[in-house]
Design a binder for this molecule. Structure first.
Ligand code: DPP
Ligand code: ZN
Length: 890
């Protein structure tokens, strides 16, 4: 496979001002006529991309161009063009046969498109790159009975009936866009709509489309869209620029959703919800993803990426925006203290995701900077690094500039670049123009290294206290090992990052110490230390005794902190830290310590004992007055196996999972009365509402139930069964079911699983949950999963279904997947290959399940390597999977 490099970027030598597309839609054989107004701006022939297309005709200025063009593999080259030309290309594609779900395909009888990153070339020949921006007009023709709704980007300008029962619709998008934002949808759909007035007074039409019969489940999606439109006006003064904004739910979709201009196409999982069938987590994901795609309308669409190396320009920024949107929505309507806690809960959830998904990626063979230097398949770079770490890099800029400065910087970015395809550097330059005004003599040159260097920096903290001078000195020292391609010979040496590091200091009673620096800086509880070199020191005055530091408050940078706390200090922080994020962090550190120590003991054959101090620490949070339920649920959740594994020299996933379960069980038994009290105190009677306060109560109550079940506490199974039977929302029902399946008696578990399927078999999103529960259950083996794959409801072709069973087993079932006999890995290899034949993008995601094989104990890493080799040597492997397994084996 060819490696594409960022440094080799060249502008496209033609402008394409307008694109007219005409579609004669037929599932078996669709005809596409494309008319391009082309103007030469550089050297060379016009080279267009195309895949899986049948070429019918090429004309230039109305004349047959045969003899002046060549088709070669996946390019069409047109020679002898004048400075200006009208190029016409007619081609055919086969939507029904498209199982990759890139380009034009059919899902549930409806035509959908997916073009990002490189799917437009499967629709027509075109320069399939984001820096070619054009104005699109689109004509869709199809059978009127089967395809009554014909949708594309922009405004509907004309509709007409045609002979033979066909009809057509003409759409015009007033904004120039790259082809990856093109979309069409054609089929039988129902919709819900509303109108709202934007802040400049324009009336806009908002619509959410879905399959017939699902109209009752789109209300939350439409309301979320309204909230997103309002929020972007209020927070960043960004207004909806179209008269009409549509969201369409698709049952078969590779990603979460896609921000096509004015016509977002969504995985149905992020649109459809009602209290009976969707969980609190589903509701919150719907609001977040709808916000995310809507926010792309400015950050991604109005200003787009010059090339795909700049993907984080739009994704990191837009994830940051959706995180802020969710935080604001969660805090809305609460008093100041509750609002602050809600924001912390959101921050915790985002950091948990970053640590579980991005930290391992940044330490493994796929490690890359948020702006990668090279790729073989761009589809493999829609990663936690580009998205989640990208969002952290944006957040650090907000921290350095302050929120008000960041808002000014964003306005400057749009003032400079509206309507353009730009780079990450352009974004930082706009932010820097504001930063230098407020910080004379400084700039963001060191900060830019976050874009060019991979890896998670480690910051070592040393505290020195001098009783005589009453001074406390804080030393920060950073280091970051080379990872991924940075380890290849000739790679540039790694340089220090610009790390905003927020700290506080507590006295022995847990009181916040005022932070005074020599030179008379204002006195405050939290200081933002800006580390820009390998190490640096800060001195604080008037401190009587050695303080306990509260470090990396609010997770002010995506780094790993190293500081040797005593257990006592962690317990103190858990009780008293005024920064709620750092307070949560102290508990996680204590739990990490306890579980890792117990895992080592287990490996040495010693029996499991849970220390009383740890139990007390947990009890203090469980019973803490003044902490709300949502926060307590996070604080009492043990770190995930994935996060814990990062701390082990060699990972033994089964031992780790077993110890984590035993810890949970021991907490269940030791604190049974407190957990029961938490269940009683956190009931949510009345009508279901997904609001964060009610969701927080359910989270704590259901954590309590799972913990009692894990501890096999008397009466817990009865409690779970009763909750399963009487639940009036999916959150409670599914939690009860999960507890029973994982920790209950097998016959009871089987009974409720069968009952659940019976009730919900007609709702695909709930059937996905049913598969997931079993895929991740303790006790599930490869044989169980193969049995489930034979179920009539299973299909590998539907990405949600494949993810719900195959991915969940391989990624989230340590006991079943990491069996010492290697059966999990052989199963993984067979599924990667089966998926690769259908859908390489999805297959490559599953392929990543083994990319950290070297980290495991040898009994597991050997069979993992064999499975990887088996996949790599398979003839006809896609470019997508080849890149992943080759890097893993390098
Ligand atoms: N649709 C994906 C996202 O919004 C890719 N742009 O992140
Ligand atoms: Zn996005």
């Amino acid at each position: 496979p060819v490696t594409i490099r960022r440094q080799n970027y060249l502008p496209f030598p033609y402008d394409i001002a307008t694109v007219r597309l005409e579609f004669d839609l037929d599932p078996a054989d669709t005809l596409v006529r494309s008319l391009l107004e082309v103007r030469r701006t550089g050297e060379g022939p016009l080279v267009l991309d195309g895949e899986e297309l049948e070429l019918v005709a090429v004309k230039v200025d109305g004349r047959d161009w045969s003899g002046h063009y060549q088709v070669d593999g996946s390019t069409l080259t047109l020679d002898d063009l004048g400075v200006q030309a009208q190029v016409e290309i007619v081609s055919r594609c086969r939507p029904e046969a498209n199982s990759a779900l890139m380009g034009l395909y059919i899902s549930n009888g409806v035509f959908f498109t997916q073009c990002e990153a490189e799917g437009f070339r499967r629709i027509t020949w075109f320069p399939d790159r984001p820096d070619v921006m054009s104005r699109y007009s689109v004509v869709l023709r199809a059978d009127k009975k089967r395809f009554p709704q014909l949708l594309s980007n922009g405004n509907l300008v004309k509709q007409a009936d045609l002979p033979d029962g066909r009809h057509e619709a003409h759409w015009e998008d007033p904004f120039p866009k790259p082809c990856y934002l093109f979309a069409l949808v054609a089929g039988t759909l129902t919709w819900r709509e509303s109108r709202m007035r934007t802040r400049s007074g324009r009336e806009v039409l908002l619509q959410v489309y879905s399959d017939p019969g699902s109209e009752a489940k789109t209300q939350y999606a439409l309301e979320s869209l309204e909230r997103a439109v309002r929020w972007d006006e209020q927070r960043f003064s960004l207004e909806l620029d179209l008269d009409r904004f549509m969201i369409v739910a698709a049952r078969d979709f590779n990603m979460g959703a896609m921000e096509n201009k004015g016509l977002n196409i969504f995985n149905a999982a992020y649109v459809l919800a009602d209290p009976e069938s969707a969980t609190d987590a589903n509701f919150s994901a719907i609001e977040a993803v709808i916000g995310h795609e809507y926010f792309h309308n400015w950050t991604g669409n109005r200003v787009t990426c010059r090339d795909w190396f700049q993907l984080s320009l739009k994704e990191g920024l837009t994830v940051f925006r959706d995180q802020e949107f969710t935080a604001d929505m969660m805090a809305q309507g609460l008093d100041a203290q509750a609002a602050a806690s809600a924001r912390t809960v959101k921050r915790i959830d985002d950091v948990v995701t970053l640590r579980a998904a991005q930290f391992p990626e940044d330490a493994g063979p796929m490690a890359h900077p948020i702006r990668p230097e090279s790729y073989q398949e761009i589809g493999n770079f829609y990663t936690a690094t580009v998205y989640e770490k990208g969002a952290e890099v944006i957040r650090m800029q907000q921290t350095l500039l302050t929120p008000a400065g960041f808002t000014r910087g964003l306005a400057e970015y749009f003032r400079r670049h509206d309507g353009q395809a730009v780079t990450c550097d352009d974004f930082v330059a706009a932010m820097e123009s504001v930063y230098v005004q407020d910080h004379p003599g400084r700039d963001l040159s060191v900060f830019r290294r976050w874009y060019s260097q991979a890896g998670t920096p480690r910051v070592r903290v040393t505290i020195e206290h001098d009783a005589a001078t009453r001074r406390c000195t804080v030393t920060l020292a950073q280091r970051c090992e080379p990872v991924g391609v940075e380890r290849l010979p000739g790679a540039p040496a790694k340089q220090p990052f610009h790390i905003p590091f927020a700290i506080g200091l507590l006295d022995a009673q847990g009181r916040a110490l005022p932070l005074e620096q020599a030179g008379g800086h204002e006195v405050r509880d939290t200081a933002l230390l800006e580390l820009t070199t390998e190490h640096a020191q800060w001195t604080f005055e008037n401190i009587d005794a050695r303080p306990v530091p509260s470090l990396l408050r609010d997770f002010s940078a995506p780094v790993i902190v190293e500081y040797d706390y005593t257990d006592h200090e962690l317990a103190l922080l858990m009780k008293h830290d005024g920064n709620a994020f750092a307070r949560w962090e102290a508990g996680q550190q204590l739990a990490t310590r306890v579980i890792l120590a117990a895992t080592r003991e287990r490996q040495e054959g010693k029996p499991f004992v849970l220390h009383g101090d740890f139990i007390e620490a947990w009890r203090s949070v469980l019973a803490a007055p003044g902490l709300d339920a949502a926060y307590r649920a996070r604080a009492l959740t043990l770190p995930s196996e994935k996060t814990l594994a990062e701390h082990m020299a060699k990972v033994d996933p089964v031992a780790l999972a077993a110890v984590r379960d035993e810890t949970l069980g021991a907490l269940g038994r030791a604190l049974a009365d407190d957990w029961r009290a938490a269940i009683d105190a956190n009931q949510t009677p009345g009508d279901y509402s997904p609001d964060p306060v009610s969701a927080g109560k359910r989270a704590l109550k259901n954590l309590a139930l799972a913990t009692l079940m894990a501890g096999r506490v008397d009466g817990a199974a009865e409690l779970a069964l009763r909750q399963y039977d009487t639940a009036r929302n999916m959150t409670d029902r599914l939690s009860a079911l999960s507890s029973l399946v994982n920790f209950g008696a097998p016959d009871a578990a089987a009974r409720v699983l069968a009952d659940f399927y019976d009730r919900w078999q007609d709702d695909p999103l709930v059937v996905d949950k049913w598969f997931t529960l079993q895929a991740t259950a303790r006790g599930t083996t490869v044989q169980t999963v193969e049995g489930l794959m034979a179920h009539t409801a299973f299909s590998l072709r539907n990405p949600n279904r494949a993810r719900s069973l195959v991915f969940q087993f391989c990624l989230n079932n340590p006991y079943g997947f990491h069996r010492a006999d290697g059966s999990g890995y052989r199963y993984w290899a067979s599924q990667v290959l089966a998926l690769d034949a259908l859908n390489p993008e999805i297959a490559a995601r599953l392929a990543r399940a083994l990319d950290r094989w070297v980290r495991y104990v040898p009994e597991l890493s050997d069979p993992m390597r064999q499975a990887l080799q088996q996949v790599r040597s398979h003839p006809g492997l896609s470019r997508n999977v080849t890149e992943i397994v080759s890097k893993a084996l390098e």
